[in-house]
Design a protein around this ligand. Structure first.
Ligand SMILES: Nc1ncnc2c1ncn2[C@@H]1O[C@H](COP(=O)(O)OP(=O)(O)OP(=O)(O)O)[C@@H](O)[C@H]1O
Length: 237
């Protein structure tokens, strides 16, 4: 774990999100602990993205509470499915994020270079970020988030728009980052990907957390019929 004080566990208690009378999330209670990657799984519309957004602080729940164990401010970051990149070079995108995070001006260039090199992106540093391929853009967005030294990194379906080689490259980055001690919390509905990356699975269906289970047990013997149907390819929403 980086930094002296861990912001984990993240404690979600009876979290609900009701929009115009509809429960998009209901009674979600979970602890996100330091350690292995947590995969947020479930069919389309299950509430995975909403849960991540609430954990990250982009959305406020309408009931319940979400509490970090320490000052979380800049110690947690999120990468979206389609990352937002500025109309600047790849390197300038990382430098801009470091500036927003308050990194001293004198350090930004070196830290940006280190982040790009760390993930094999040195060759694209000077290229306009918006003209990179989808896979390169996603890797840049993850490198940019990593450059901020987060303790927790939320990823919302980071490979859903990528081809197999782009997906593999992103998964390799995520594995490296997780091994460094950064807590990964990631939504995916790609079963193969979840098997490759998950330490535990939080399975959502219909806005509810149906189970939170260590990955091997989830894939071998899920606790709920909905998760079993999902693993079988029979649960589409
Ligand atoms: N701002 C909103 N207002 C109303 N409904 C919303 C809003 N955002 C999401 N929803 C609905 O909430 C449900 C859960 O959405 P969410 O994006 O969390 O699903 P998901 O599990 O991430 O699905 P997918 O795998 O398709 O991305 C969906 O039915 C969605 O249409």
């Amino acid at each position: 774990m980086r930094g002296p004080l861990s912001i984990l566990p993240l404690r979600c208690r009876s979290v609900g999100l009701n929009v115009r009378g509809r429960d998009l999330l209901k009674d979600v209670t979970a602890d996100l602990m330091p350690g292995v990657p947590s995969m947020i799984m479930g069919p389309n519309g299950a509430g995975k993205s909403l849960f991540l957004r609430i954990c990250h602080g982009l959305l406020q729940p309408t009931s319940g509470s979400v509490e970090w164990s320490g000052p979380a401010g800049r110690a947690q970051a999120m990468v979206l499915q389609r990352p937002v990149l500025l109309r600047r070079s790849a390197r300038a995108n990382v430098i801009h994020a470091l500036a927003l995070a308050g990194a001293p001006r004198s350090e930004r260039g070196a830290r940006a270079d280190a982040a790009l090199e760390r993930f094999g992106l040195g060759a694209i540093a000077a290229r306009p970020a918006r003209l990179l391929s989808g896979g390169e853009q996603q890797r840049l967005a993850i490198a940019r988030a990593w450059a901020l030294n987060p303790q927790v990194l939320f990823l919302d379906e980071p490979t859903s728009a990528l081809d197999p080689s782009g997906t593999r490259a992103v998964e390799e980055m995520i594995t490296v980052i997780a091994r460094e001690g950064v807590k990964i919390v990631m939504a995916t509905h790609d079963l193969g990907q979840a098997r490759r990356l998950a330490g535990e699975v939080l399975f959502f269906h219909g806005g509810r957390l149906r189970e939170q289970t260590p990955a091997p047990a989830f894939f071998e013997k899920p606790q709920t019929p909905e998760a079993a149907a999902f693993l079988n390819g029979d649960l589409l929403w």
